[in-house]
Design a protein around this ligand. Structure first.
Ligand code: SF4
Length: 715
């Protein structure tokens, strides 16, 4: 394999460019880990337009994980009380196709479901859509992106007529006011935050507002921190809108010519006067008025958000309420301005483009739209009406379907729902009921593999070739730079092989990921996410941002990475106008009460990634973040009679966790914080999702993983 390979970091949606080097290179000492084992080295790629050579601890240490705890060969068992035993690929695939045929006969296509991942490359996502939605006739494909940013997807579709974040990272360095809400960008999107922080430090007139119940490292860099009570975002946003209206800090020309629905919206925000809003949110009048004045008096406002907004039963409403502020002030379609959702995973964006959720199809199409289905059916060479018009099961609905016994085959790939789903004890009980579960992963053991009948070894990033799209729509080619370990195969190849064995030879005739990608981009022609100017060959010369229609010159494709959407102020709705929509606050689905008096909020730590399948095996990260801690405000700690290092039991109406306390001013009174990364492989009773509830946003179907009511008791 080659000496230095350019690729993309496989962790978060910032999508930093990496250069990866093999352990041994001519004329240099072998690169080794703490134990003396040779390891691959990763460093920032200075030529990548999104990150310009920067990486955080995760990207910088990813080489350490490539050979740790890898799943090397397929394994199988008849029932969960037996041990998994090594089998051949032939045996594993025969069993899978047997179980799928049996389920199709007994339960029909809706008896099969696949739960995929933002870790997939676009080719993996696309092939899975064709298998499930086109060939089998079920839309039961959903991804862990449902737990991450599906509220943002729904918000964009409803307000603008299409998914697609309109901004780019250059906006970070051209804004007058950055409004960060529900995002601990410093810890979760570190390189985006570094760019913003540097610009903010150099330009003292630029304002940074951070809205978060925690005083995070993001909040520490802000000019104004609004520590609102959890679940009060909509009141705050409507309160800002109220003041913008009162002071005339709006853009009437933009509202008149580019939007619909303003007068109804204005009526609703009238009922959010500052006195009411400050009471609901638990902030001062001066904080609220300052935030509104900075919004209103800035030429260019850039808002950013992530899971703190999306993971809510009001997730879509919150996203649309943020977008409302941009529409009323004309802050969109120009440098330094716009609503910018930050994606969690490295290719959650590519998944959206490839149709990787239960209600969508490739090219930002919808399963409910008959023309969209027809276009996709033609390209997939499946008979008309093969694609069901009914959206499939979303992530949590898959657990409910397992509980009810509706599924015959449940296929999990590149994700770990036995840790990351809400109400984890109920999730694990549902997984135990599954008649046949396939767990396809690069790593072993994982918590989900404990519930699998067949375990399939997948190649990971670096062992297969494909592309990924980051939060600012930059698509990066990720070549295989080393050989697969053991008998591992690429996810897309496994899906295609199963498809061929089920009789869909023609549909899965492609033998390379470049061919798969070519077919996918043909489905983006004329869509907002037009990528017909892309190909593996072209992307191998450097990252390209979409839209990139066929015929776009190299000078633009490779030279311009600050493309914005809606610069002509025409939106993707039928009449070209963006839509206001007003929402009243509903609050948390499970507010605190006398039995469960604290709000538990959850989140990520700077060093760890999701359920630690990778970062939990990297010593440099584990040493820094060895265990989960419960953040408790000093006044609450005094009442509870606990100190830092004491063990407590945290109990919600569903179950409990046991964890050490960290007493800190960084969390507001009445709220406690617990990280999400620890599943049962890493210790007993450390799972935050033992506590969370599964109520979902009725529009995006994203669960409210961010907040639930708990009691805290010293042990
Ligand atoms: Fe990787 Fe995200 Fe860190 Fe960049 S910020 S190096 S993409 S984890």
């Amino acid at each position: 394999m080659t000496d230095t390979s350019k690729t993309l970091c496989p962790y978060c949606g910032v999508g930093c460019g990496l250069e990866v080097l093999p352990p041994a290179r001519p004329g240099r000492p072998v690169n080794r880990d703490e134990h003396g084992n040779p390891v691959w080295q990763a460093r920032g790629d200075r030529n990548h337009p999104s990150s310009k050579g920067q990486v955080c601890i995760k990207g910088g240490t990813v080489g350490d994980s490539l050979d740790r705890s890898r799943l090397l060969y397929p394994m199988m068992r008849e029932s969960l009380d037996q041990p998994l035993r090594r089998v051949s690929w032939e045996d594993a695939l025969s069993r899978i196709t047997y179980e799928m045929r049996k389920t199709l006969e007994e339960k029909g296509p809706e008896g099969i479901a696949m739960y995929g991942s933002g870790q997939f490359q676009t080719e993996d996502y696309y092939t899975a859509q064709k298998l499930l939605k086109g060939c089998l006739g079920t839309n039961n494909f959903d991804a862990n992106s449902r737990l991450c940013m599906s509220s943002a997807v729904a918000g964009y579709i409803q307000s603008f007529g299409s998914d697609g974040p309109p901004c780019c990272y250059d906006d970070l360095e051209q804004t007058d006011c950055a409004f960060l809400i529900g995002t601990n960008t410093a810890d979760c999107h570190p390189i985006v935050f570094n760019r913003l922080k540097k610009y903010h430090k150099k330009n003292r007139k630029v304002k940074m507002i951070v809205v978060d119940p925690r005083y995070t490292d993001t909040a520490k860099a802000a000019d104004l921190h609004l520590a609102i009570k959890p679940g009060t975002d909509i009141a705050l946003l409507n309160g800002i809108a109220h003041l913008l209206l009162r002071h005339g800090w709006i853009d009437p020309g933009f509202i008149d010519s580019c939007t619909d629905g303003f007068s109804d919206y204005a009526q609703v925000v009238k009922s959010y006067p500052p006195e009411r809003v400050t009471e609901i949110c638990g902030i001062t009048l001066s904080e609220l008025t300052k935030a509104a004045a900075w919004w209103g008096k800035s030429e260019r406002v850039l808002s950013m958000w992530s899971m703190g907004v999306n993971q809510s039963t009001e997730g879509t409403a919150k996203c649309r309420t943020i977008i409302n502020l941009h529409l009323m002030t004309g802050n969109i379609g120009k440098p330094g301005a716009g609503p910018f959702s930050l994606t969690g995973q490295p290719n959650a964006m590519g998944g959206r483009e490839a149709g990787g959720l239960a209600h969508i199809l490739p090219g930002y199409r919808l399963v409910k739209n008959p023309e969209h289905r027809q276009t996709v059916e033609k390209v997939w060479q499946v008979p008309e009406k093969s694609i069901s018009p009914v959206p499939g099961l979303a992530a949590w609905d898959m657990m409910l379907a397992l509980e009810r016994g509706d599924l015959g085959v449940f296929w999990v790939a590149a994700t770990n729902p036995a840790v990351s789903m809400p109400d984890i004890k109920r999730t694990q009980d549902a997984l135990r009921k599954s008649p046949f579960t396939i767990c396809q992963d690069a790593y072993y053991p994982t918590e989900t593999a404990a519930f699998a009948h067949v375990v399939l070894p997948a190649t990971q990033w670096g062992e297969k070739t494909g592309v990924m799209t980051n939060s600012e729509r930059v698509v990066t080619y990720c070549p295989a730079f080393r050989n697969p370990v053991g008998e591992a195969r690429a996810d897309w190849e496994i899906f295609a092989e199963v498809g061929r064995r089920l009789g869909f030879e023609k549909q899965f005739a492609q033998r390379t990921s470049a061919e798969v990608y070519d077919e996918f981009i043909s489905l983006t022609a004329g869509q907002l996410c037009d990528a017909t100017g892309l190909s593996h060959e072209r992307l191998a010369k450097g990252p390209i941002q979409w839209p990139c229609p066929a015929g776009e010159s190299d000078a633009i494709a490779h030279g311009k990475h600050d493309k914005r959407l809606y610069t002509d102020y025409r939106f993707a709705t039928p009449n070209g106008r963006a839509k206001f929509c007003a929402f009243h606050i509903k609050g948390l689905a499970e507010p605190p009460d006398e039995n469960f008096p604290f709000v538990l909020t959850t989140g990520r730590l700077y060093g760890h990634w999701h359920t630690q399948s990778r970062t939990g095996r990297i010593e440099r990260i584990v040493k820094k973040y060895p265990e989960p801690l419960l953040e408790v405000n000093p006044k609450d700690a005094q009442l509870l009679e606990v100190q830092s290092g004491d063990w407590v039991e945290v109990r919600s109406p569903r179950s409990f966790a046991q964890i050490k306390v960290l007493v800190t001013q960084n969390i507001t009174r009445g709220t406690v914080f617990m990280p999400m990364h620890w599943g049962f492989l890493w210790g007993d009773n450390m799972e935050v999702n033992a506590l969370t509830h599964p109520e979902v946003c009725p529009i995006s179907l994203e669960p409210e993983l961010k907040a639930c009511a708990v009691q805290v008791t010293p042990i």
